[in-house]
Ligand binder design. Structure first.
Ligand code: MIC
Ligand code: SF4
Length: 739
């Protein structure tokens, strides 16, 4: 399945290209820089690129898509008029399976309910030479790690957790579907040369601390935007002590810090994992150029953060934001102080972050202890394994039986509750309650649709311990639990093999290879789930003159707030239908309400999408004003396509998350930031806003925002942008695809 020929070619040119780049730079290189310079579109580097400032064009080795983003990516690819994907590509059906009654029934229902979408993805995959992973095969990043990721490779994926591949030393970058479309169409892929934050790991984890705690702690240090436009590169003697899947968990969640990617250098655990997953040849080939697949001794980092693994304590982050870190020693006090519900109702283990063999093994080791010590799980326990291969192996080795013995319910190998695909009984009552997950994100309402669910993120081990105790103030390192016999017992730290001793079990992994000569794909014009795309209209400066404010959003506005997932995932292939959810989770700064904004044409309040639609019907374009880190989280380009479709022309933010800013640019929207953050306060509810200076729109040249207030007064201030020449071209043409 993995493309050994391609990997060998990459390795054949890797050393020359890195040497050439090192000569140009005249200094030691971090690994991520080596990978990027080895994948320059121009071939051997002829110039150096300024980190954090200059854009460069790259040639990724492969692309990955999941079902929720692949639909839009393929609909765009169809319009690109190409015959086959120019690079190896895969589609993974993982996001559309609702967790409800257990793996078998849930999968069957998903196959029925989503048959049109799965049929479309499968036939498009075959038509365009793309590998297809059936529903139930596993979660994109776990399957990619098991089958495709390789040290030194460069991959883009239409999912923000693509950096998971950094656990195997591959640079994975999350992008919108339009970027994937370009690369499949044989075009180059553009990225701002990232800054590099080195994270030096020393020591060895002990007791209850896990790799997940490295990134949970780091999230507390850097915050949800602290690594924007940076790569987090891990180095130092502590790396060798972490398994490849543990490394992948760390890299996965770098996305929550805004990082462009995260990566570890080649070492024994990485090679062990490659061998355990049937890729001896890749491990051998990588070891031959090992020094190139690690950072230089004197690598230059923009900043270095030191973490002593031996001192790390288990962390629990949340609720509502993945960077709200609590060390286990202070969690109980924090929970009491903040008044979070103390009872822990559901424990959820899974997601692309933590669903490996080792993760399940560690959770199972606690389950076994619980049974031996006469304890039961007090909370409900739900488990989504990462892949069919992991599930089959865990079942063979008794891990699944151990989990089931404490009442765990095994759901499909899929995202499930992590993306709101969870039919949680009672969620509609919106009661405050606490859950703990091994996922990566915990934005309000994400897992069960209930905005009052306090979701905490932790390692699978901690999820298990909390589930047994049924209490989020429980500290397994110090606290005892009363068992069925009335005795007070303690849980010992969990232990598990990182890799299965008997190798991975044989299983039908759910892969379907493309068929030569597959027919063209058809889309039913009456479908409510799929809709062919019509090109957006090109740029008119007039459109940016008299724009009513659609919404001034206050506080966190992630892609979950802009384009909710959960039940809306069913419309991911139908732009018109999904646009109905536009910004429905964002808080209106003027009335503190969600999904209630002023329609300036009628003076009435309405849903954001309804008001945007009314402006569109009246031939008026509108503008969105927002707070910090707008578009944090997902790669979903729907968050950019929807406003574009509903005639929103510009977004003026205090700051943007990287992937979302690019998505806006790609879809022909104007994304600008306040030069002075306080100017945000000047924007009033009934403003008409103009963006001036677009005739002479040029890189690094600020524009001007003019606010026409209702009382006739006018205020103006400078706004910044990060468009380069190419991106200005996208805006002028109406979208990158038009160009
Ligand atoms: C997520 O975790 O939010 C998702 C769902 O995987 C998204 C992609 C999507 O919205 O389809 C992501 O992380 O990019
Ligand atoms: Fe799926 Fe959750 Fe991972 Fe996104 S974060 S890919 S929804 S498991």
């Amino acid at each position: 399945m993995f493309d050994l020929e391609m990997i060998r070619e990459v390795y054949a040119r890797f050393p020359f290209r890195v040497d050439a780049a090192r000569k140009l730079l005249g200094r030691g290189m971090p690994l991520c820089e080596k990978i990027l310079y080895a994948h320059l579109w121009e071939g051997e580097a002829t110039q150096s690129y300024d980190r954090g400032r200059e854009y460069a064009d790259f040639a990724p080795d492969r692309v990955a898509m999941q079902d929720a983003t692949a639909q839009m990516a393929l609909l765009q690819f169809i319009n690109a008029g190409q015959d086959k994907s120019a690079v190896p590509a895969s589609i993974h059906c993982d996001h559309l399976i609702v967790a409800e009654c257990g793996a078998k029934a849930d999968l069957q229902r998903a196959n029925e309910v989503n048959s049109e979408v799965y049929g479309f993805l499968k036939s498009a995959a075959s038509r365009y030479g793309i590998g297809y992973w059936r529903p139930g095969a596993g979660i994109i990043h776990q399957v990619v790690l098991e089958n495709y990721a390789f040290p030194g490779g460069l991959m883009i994926g239409s999912d923000s957790h693509t950096p998971n591949a950094g656990g195997l030393g591959m640079l994975g970058v999350g992008v919108g579907g339009a970027d994937v479309t370009d690369v499949m169409a044989g075009l180059s892929w553009e990225l701002r040369m990232p800054r590099v934050i080195g994270v030096r790991l020393t020591g060895k984890l002990g007791g209850w601390a896990t790799p997940k705690d490295v990134i949970l702690r780091l999230a507390g240090v850097l915050s949800v935007k602290g690594a924007t436009n940076c790569v987090l590169e891990y180095f130092g003697p502590g790396c060798e002590t972490l398994s490849a899947t543990g490394k992948a968990s760390i890299c996965n969640m770098g996305a929550e810090l805004g990082a462009t990617s995260s990566v570890f250098g080649l070492d024994d655990p990485i090679c062990d994992y490659l061998r355990a997953t049937g890729r001896n040849e890749v491990a051998d080939a990588a070891q031959k150029i090992a020094e190139y697949l690690r950072p230089d001794q004197d690598a230059e980092y923009d900043r270095i953060i030191e973490i002593d693994l031996a001192e790390l304590e288990p962390c629990v982050n949340g609720p509502f934001s993945p960077d709200l870190v609590h060390g286990i020693s202070t969690l109980a006090a924090d929970v009491r102080r903040e008044g979070y519900p103390k009872t822990m109702e559901v424990g959820l283990i899974g997601s692309c972050t933590n669903s490996s063999y080792e993760d399940l093994g560690l959770a199972a080791s606690l389950a076994r202890q619980a049974v031996e010590k006469g304890l039961k799980a007090k909370a409900k326990l739900i488990i989504n394994p990462g892949s069919e291969a992991v599930l089959a192996t865990a079942r063979r080795d008794g891990i699944i039986a151990d989990l089931e013995a404490v009442g765990a319910e095994i759901m499909a190998n899929a995202c499930g509750p992590c993306i709101g695909q969870w039919n949680r009984p009672g969620a509609e009552q919106k009661k405050p309650n606490s859950i703990v997950t091994s996922f990566n994100r915990n934005f309000a309402g994400r897992a069960d649709g209930n905005p009052n669910t306090c979701a905490f993120v932790a390692s699978p081990e901690m999820v298990m311990a909390f589930s047994i105790a049924g209490d989020v103030t429980f500290n397994p390192l110090t606290d005892k639990l009363q068992n069925e016999r009335g005795e007070m017992v303690m849980l010992d730290p969990p232990v598990s093999d990182a890799l299965p001793k008997k190798g991975m079990a044989d299983a039908d992994n759910g892969y379907e290879a493309p068929v030569e000569g597959a027919p063209d794909v058809a889309v039913d014009p009456k479908s409510e789930r799929l809709q062919l795309l019509k090109p957006f209209a090109p740029f008119h400066a007039e459109d940016f003159k008299d724009m009513p404010l659609l919404i001034k959003a206050k506080g966190k506005c992630t892609t979950d707030h802009i384009s909710a997932a959960g039940k809306w995932l069913r419309f991911r292939g139908h732009l018109e239908n999904i646009s109905e959810n536009l910004l429905m989770g964002a808080t209106n700064a003027f009335n503190g309400e969600v999904n209630s904004v002023l329609n300036q044409l009628t003076g009435q309040y309405g849903a954001v999408s309804a008001v945007a639609k009314a402006y569109k019907q009246a031939g008026v374009s509108s503008i969105v004003v927002t707070d910090e880190n707008y578009g944090e989280g997902s790669s979903r380009e729907h968050a950019a396509l929807e406003p574009r479709f509903l005639n929103v022309k510009a977004v003026l933010a205090r700051s943007f998350a990287r992937i979302h800013e690019t998505n806006l640019k790609k879809q022909g929207m104007l994304a600008v930031t306040f030069a002075e953050k306080e100017d945000y306060d000047k924007v009033r509810e009934a403003d008409r806003i103009e963006i001036r200076g677009l005739e002479g729109f040029a890189p690094s040249k600020p524009l001007e925002a003019v606010l026409h207030h209702k009382d006739g007064t006018v205020e103006s201030f400078p706004v910044n942008h990060t468009y380069n020449e190419t991106q200005i071209g996208w805006l002028r043409k109406g979208a990158a695809l038009n160009k």
